[in-house]
Design a protein around this ligand. Structure first.
Ligand code: NAG
Ligand code: NAG
Length: 356
């Protein structure tokens, strides 16, 4: 063999080894104990929650939680693992995580509440509430088009920094000056990063108390309904927060990986990046259920790390899954960990509903 052939052989072997070893790698860490409660009829959900760890679908060195409300009763409340492995801090009943795009469900809810109160009309132009927004052909963009990801404002034209994001004068100027990437209303494309800042800018203008979306959510939703959720959690709650793991891997997955059939199908259907059908599918970011729910519309959103928060009025249920392990196995609501939990939850609900 020539030197070149030998070198190629070494490289090829290294690639094969690097690719296959992780597939056979079984973590030595034991399956964590599952804490929490399930109501009668939901016992299988606890078994399935544990199976996520037994099958290494969830990372044994990370942690997760799953909760279900049925007809207003908390019927499933489970958690396991570590909130912070380095510090050996266990996941507890009140551990919190970043939920990524699941926040869009909370954001849309605030907009919907303001619409209920007659303070936002979805059919009116954004510029009706925010005159400076009417630049570069954005005059006619309606609130509805913005909420449906049809405005063409996927990214800002100037970079955003922490300083800008915390200075509304600077932020609103950049948001208002950004040019739409397509003729607004003709296409749909996921406003992954900009959805929150734009809705926030509207909320700050229509709310009689001029509150930010974070403050509005806190005072109108979290506190009155005793919900432990924040849009912008206060720093003093950091000690309760689980550290996300696998973050870099997860992002590179989204960009290069596309290992998951559902992801590819989603992209082809244009639900994420600029199809033409899909505004309807994302109405108010209240996602229709596609192939995962049982009937009709469900409300909420899912996040990059596998986090999920939905309400399904058809079955009188609300459910949430959070994990700090950003699984490479699926994207958002197609995350297999959640899918199997949800299937088990639905079986329990159907059994209860079929009972005479
Ligand atoms: C916020 O941004 C505006 C516009 O860029 C700037 O004039 C102002 O000084 C900034 N405020 C602070 C507190 O940095
Ligand atoms: C989207 O569909 C509408 C109606 O079917 C059509 O008029 C419009 O040109 C389409 N836009 C794009 C960008 O394909």
């Amino acid at each position: 063999m020539s030197f070149l052939q030998q070198a190629l052989l070494v490289v090829a072997t290294a690639i094969v080894v690097a690719f296959f070893i992780p597939a056979f790698y079984k973590p030595s860490y034991p399956v964590p104990e599952v804490f929490g409660t399930v109501a009668p009829g939901f016992e299988e959900v606890k078994v399935v929650f544990r199976e996520n760890y037994e099958d290494n679908w969830d990372n044994r060195e990370a942690g997760s939680a799953f909760s279900v409300y049925y007809k207003g009763e908390n019927v499933v409340d489970l958690w396991a693992g570590f909130a912070d492995m380095e510090a050996k801090r266990l996941w507890k009943e009140d551990t919190m995580t970043v939920i990524f795009s699941t926040t869009k469900g909370l954001t849309a809810l605030c907009a919907a509440m303001l619409a209920d109160r007659g303070l936002i009309d979805f059919k009116k132009p954004v510029a009706h509430y925010w005159p400076e927004f009417a630049q570069h052909g954005k005059e006619k963009i309606t609130v509805e088009q913005l909420l449906e990801h049809e405005a063409g404002l996927l990214a800002t034209d100037s970079p955003l920094s922490y300083e800008i994001l915390t200075n509304y004068t600077a932020l609103d100027k950049i948001l208002a000056e950004t040019k739409p990437k397509w003729e607004p209303g003709t296409r749909h494309g996921y406003h992954g990063i900009t959805f929150g800042p734009y809705v926030d800018a509207i909320v700050r203008r229509v709310d009689p108390e001029k509150r930010s979306i974070g403050k509005f959510f806190d005072e109108e939703v979290s506190k009155p309904f005793d919900i432990d959720a924040y849009i912008g959690a206060p720093l003093e709650l950091d000690h309760r927060t689980g550290r996300c793991t696998n973050v870099q891997e997860r992002f590179s997955d989204i960009i290069y990986g596309l290992r998951n059939v559902e992801v590819i199908r989603t992209l082809i259907l244009g639900r994420i990046f600029g199809g033409n059908e899909s505004g309807k599918l994302n109405k108010l970011m209240f996602e229709t259920c596609g192939n995962i729910c049982e009937a009709g519309n469900i409300f909420g959103a899912s996040g990059l790390g596998g986090q999920v928060g939905y309400a399904d009025p058809n079955f009188h249920i609300g459910y949430g899954f959070v994990s700090r392990y950003m699984s490479p196995m699926g994207i958002q609501m197609y995350d297999p960990r959640f899918k199997r939990l949800k299937d088990s939850m639905m079986r329990a609900i159907k059994n209860l509903q079929e009972r005479p």
